[in-house]
Design a protein around this ligand. Sequence first.
Ligand code: ZN
Length: 277
Amino acid sequence: MWRASTPDCTAEEVARACVRKVRNDDLRVTLLKSISDFTLNSAAYRASAASSSLHKATAEDYEIVGIADADFHQLYKSRLARPGSPAYQYYERLRTSAAHGLCAYCRYGQAKTLDHFIPKTTIAGLSIEPWNLVPCCHQCNHKLGRNWSDQAHEQMLHPYFAPDLGRWLAAEVHPTRPASVSFQAVPDPTLPDGLRRQVVNQFEALGLAELYAVVSSQELAGLSRRLVSVGDEIDIPSYLDELATLAFCGDLNDRRGVLYEALSQSSWYCDGGFADV
Ligand SMILES: [Zn+2]
């Protein structure tokens, strides 16, 4: 749902690096003869993603004659994703392109791995396609797994092609002891219905409500303790509003910004709910 920096390497560069040190002579020759096919497939993938049509993609669309699914899988596993191989530099370039080193899907976990946006078990021909590889955390990668749907509204929003969604993350303060906050995806009602369903589906598929509630619980406890000690000296809603404004500077859907904003608008919390820590 957040837009990520796009790959700065080409399908040809990645394919050529993966082919180096392939021991099977016939396969190496076939791969070298097929470099232009990797380039053509990459262009087709980008065009399909840009027109939100990836859910219609089939394995046949990205076949390359003479290269089996197992060969594509090995190119990823034993070349691109293997430390020390000539292609590993591209794996690392893609992985470290993540904004602030954070997962492109949850913006919380560290981007320690690459997710195949279309799983390589679904379309093997996209195993080493750079535009199909998204930097993400282990947790999101595990949640996404081999899931793939041919239904548009069940698709994840591709981080390299995500449209500007405006504000979609919302939080609600609960008058519990101590205070608690829950998160929801509330897409802009002016967005097309299908896009709004995608946002809500993706939020649920990645378990972001639970993740953000857990992470924010610790931050909320620290904030509440601070307000107990300085609450008499400051205007609490203004203070929280200022924190929200700062957090929103780089991201309209910053989790902490959404948290501070909801707290600043909760008269229960600002009038003393914070004191139950
Ligand atoms: Zn993640």
